[in-house]
Design a protein around this ligand. Structure first.
Ligand code: NAP
Length: 283
């Protein structure tokens, strides 16, 4: 059986650490960081996610505020909301929930964020800083993958890493983070031929695609570490990843379960970004 990279356990450690650091910030500066979530419309997955984030904020001692806009809110109104939050010194982090309604230019909304409040790490300035390898507010999901590898002492330097998926939220920033840790990194995507031959070369195989069962045991190098970022709901309401658990378990050396792997760590790293953003704004 592979080593299970237990995201709930790592998230609990992160929660305790964050709680302590937030108490310290309160003691030293009288400051309680605040996260504002901006949502247009009521996409059910977004509603569910915001509730989970609100609960997690309360547990660690971060103030939470939801700015709910109508599903037909125009671009200018969404950007006005962002401008108001940018200018509000009591708001330290802003998360814009995706997807925004059809017709909204999501990239323009992200670019309207104050980069110091961009706790999803999606503003061009933060992504550019990640590319340069200088301190930035990092995208939470890929940063969570790295956190799992670190906390389980999985070596990265000199290893062969294959990242399947090239989104700006997960795949691309994860590849940059692994590169920064001196892995030799290949990014695969929907146009990659011979995917199995490539994934079988990976000491670290990270998958962020959104297709259940895309990666089977036959595509995994024996002993490899597998990070499964996929979140897919099956017809019978189960949540599964992109990796076929049963066949992967016979080959992998270490693997993240779904649920309970990368997801819980992502949420805690969002909160860690709120703390980091509050510190940045202290000057
Ligand atoms: P996305 O923007 O849809 O990107 C999916 C990527 O997968 C694309 O780069 C696409 O290639 C690639 N792809 C599609 N089919 C493929 C195939 N057959 N073989 C190889 N690559 C293929 O998705 P995302 O936002 O990155 O999310 C990916 C998954 O992670 C989803 O299940 C999402 O729910 C989950 N997720 C999890 C967390 C977490 O906290 N664990 C956070 C965010 C997202 P092209 O670029 O060529 O189209």
């Amino acid at each position: 059986m592979p080593l299970i990279l237990d995201g709930r356990r790592v998230a609990a450690q992160l929660r305790d650490e964050l709680h302590g650091e937030l108490l310290e910030l309160q003691r030293a500066h009288g400051l309680t960081p605040r996260l504002a979530v901006v949502r247009a419309g009521e996409d059910p997955a977004s509603v569910w996610y915001a509730r989970a984030i609100e609960r997690a904020c309360r547990q660690v001692g971060i103030a939470f505020e939801l700015r709910q806009l109508a599903a037909d809110a125009p671009q200018a109104l969404i950007e006005q909301e962002i401008a108001t939050l940018n200018a509000d010194p009591a708001t330290h982090g802003i998360m814009v929930q995706m997807p925004l309604p059809a017709g909204i230019d999501a990239q323009a909304v992200i670019t309207a964020l104050d980069p110091r409040k961009d706790v999803d790490g999606q503003h061009p300035l933060n992504l550019g800083r990640l590319l340069q390898g200088v301190p930035a507010l990092l995208p939470n999901t890929p940063a969570g993958g790295l956190e799992l590898l670190r906390r389980y002492d999985i070596p990265i330097a000199g290893r062969r890493a294959v990242v399947v998926g090239r989104s700006t939220v997960v795949g691309k920033p994860l590849a940059l983070l692994l590169l920064q840790e001196h892995a030799t990194v290949t990014i695969a995507h929907s146009r990659t031929p011979e995917l199995a031959a490539l994934t079988r070369e990976a000491d670290i195989l990270a998958v962020a695609v959104g297709r259940p069962g895309l990666i089977t045991g036959a595509m995994i190098k024996p002993g490899a570490t597998v990070l499964d970022f996929g979140i897919n709901e099956t017809a019978d309401g189960q949540v599964v990843g992109d990796v076929d658990d049963a066949s992967a378990a016979e080959v992998a050396g270490a693997i993240t379960p779904v649920p309970g792997g990368t997801g819980p760590v992502t949420n805690m790293l969002l909160l860690r970004n709120v703390l980091q953003a509050a510190r940045l704004q202290l000057g």
